[in-house]
Design a protein around this ligand. Structure first.
Ligand SMILES: *Cc1c(COP(=O)(O)O)cnc(C)c1O
Length: 400
């Protein structure tokens, strides 16, 4: 059953509203794009700032059969919150919590022999078979096993599997440039992936899942879907890049709306410097609004003088520097009441800017904008879809 919305008990300085109904709808849209492949909801880094446990539950309700995290600690936290089913994590360092992860029935990823050894040793100590996925570096040049080292890793994995220490559940890889459709590395990585999978299978591995697609590949590359797609940013309703398209092109809706309550509205004369360094000077007599969020809340300081904010129905621009806890917008003589909503970003269909607009203002990607939103900003969960369902349930039940 879906959870109720959490209404704020008092007016909040700032809030990140998380629309779980939109997240569920995004999962369903992505499953349709994945046409038959299973879906892993990537909820690393607190679900890209949206709240890992709530988002993981909502994603599961909408049919995500896998949950994915970077670190084992993130995966274990999902288990501690009571999330059952398949969970995978992939960013390990020596001495990591292998045993805890294996005992919690989490799929662990290994990219090299040291990691395979640690996983096998932990499985032996725990007396349970580990679920291990072998990660291939098909061209990303980051994590993953190089093609030249793959035979040794496959051989060692087969031996550990025969010894009853582990089961190789997956063979997988990650794209470097899937967000640039048509980039030549994409076809090259797919070819290499097929070769590395075929080699491992010829040697005797029979993985349950083979997977390489992230959000951009899920949306644009049908041939990359294999058995499972790993979607992160698209779950949160954000397009991976402009080249891939807009969220609406794929039936996705942004999940997070970030807003703050104006802390001060005041008249100032012309020629007045604004915020540290006086990089903005009022061009004439005007009104200024104080927005009580800053870089400590994850608002990028690089968007000083550029970030857009919807106040009183109009887009305003950050005036001068974004400080740790606050920034100023020039209201151009308008006098919205103190406490008025200042919407930094949201889905965009109520006239507000989007995370993509902030990414452009800060010279970064929208992934970073949502993921950076700090712990000082409460997440307020809303669930229009559940409310609709509740309403229709009430309607229907009157006749039972
Ligand atoms: C973060 C991550 C993903 C999800 O990427 P998106 O572009 O957000 O869909 C998938 N796989 C791995 C290995 C990742 O680290």
């Amino acid at each position: 059953m879906t959870e109720r919305a959490t209404p704020p008990t008092a007016p909040l300085r700032a809030r990140a509203e998380i629309d779980l109904g939109a997240l569920r709808a995004n999962v369903r849209a992505l499953r349709a794009h994945a046409s038959g492949a299973a879906l892993m909801a990537v909820v690393k880094s607190d679900a890209y700032g949206h709240g890992a446990v709530r988002c993981a539950r909502a994603a599961r309700e909408a049919g995500a059969t896998w949950l994915g995290t970077a670190t084992p600690e993130e995966a274990l936290a999902l288990r501690e919150a009571g999330l059952p089913g398949r969970v995978m994590c992939w960013l390990w360092t020596p001495g990591g919590p292998w045993r805890e992860a294996i005992e919690a029935d989490i799929d662990v990823s290994v990219s090299g022999l040291w990691a395979l050894r640690e996983a096998a040793a932990a499985a032996a100590a725990a007396g349970v078979r580990a679920r291990v996925q072998l990660k291939a570096d098909t061209g990303l040049g980051r994590n993953g096993c190089q093609p030249g080292d793959w035979p040794d890793l496959v051989t060692a994995a087969l031996r550990a599997q025969d010894d009853g220490l582990l089961t190789v559940t997956g063979l997988w890889s990650h794209f470097a440039c899937a967000d640039e459709p048509g980039h030549p590395s994409i076809a090259a990585q797919l070819t290499r992936f097929r070769e590395m999978v075929a080699y491992a299978e010829r040697q005797g591995l029979s993985p349950e899942v083979r997977h390489i697609a992230n959000s951009p590949a899920t949306l644009t590359l049908p041939e990359a879907r294999f058995d499972l797609v790993r979607t992160g940013i698209a779950l949160y309703g954000i397009a991976p890049s402009r080249e891939v398209g807009t969220p609406a092109d794929f039936g996705l809706r942004p999940v997070m709306t970030l807003s703050a309550s104006l802390a001060l509205v005041k008249h100032t004369p012309g020629g007045h410097g604004v915020s540290y360094g006086h990089h903005y000077v009022t061009p004439g007599a005007t009104t200024l609004g104080l927005v009580p969020v800053g870089y400590a809340d994850g608002i990028p300081r690089h968007a000083s003088g550029a970030g857009p904010v919807l106040v009183g129905g109009k887009w305003r621009t950050v005036a001068g520097r974004i400080a740790m806890d606050q920034f100023v917008v020039d209201l151009g003589g308008d006098e919205p009441p103190v406490g008025e909503d200042a919407v930094l970003f949201g889905p965009g269909d109520r006239g507000e800017p989007t995370a993509e607009d902030w990414a452009q203002a800060a010279g970064t990607i929208a992934y970073e904008i949502v993921t950076r939103i700090g712990t000082r900003v409460p997440r307020v969960y809303v669930d229009d879809e559940a409310d609709d369902q509740a309403d229709s349930e009430v309607d229907g039940e009157a006749f039972r």
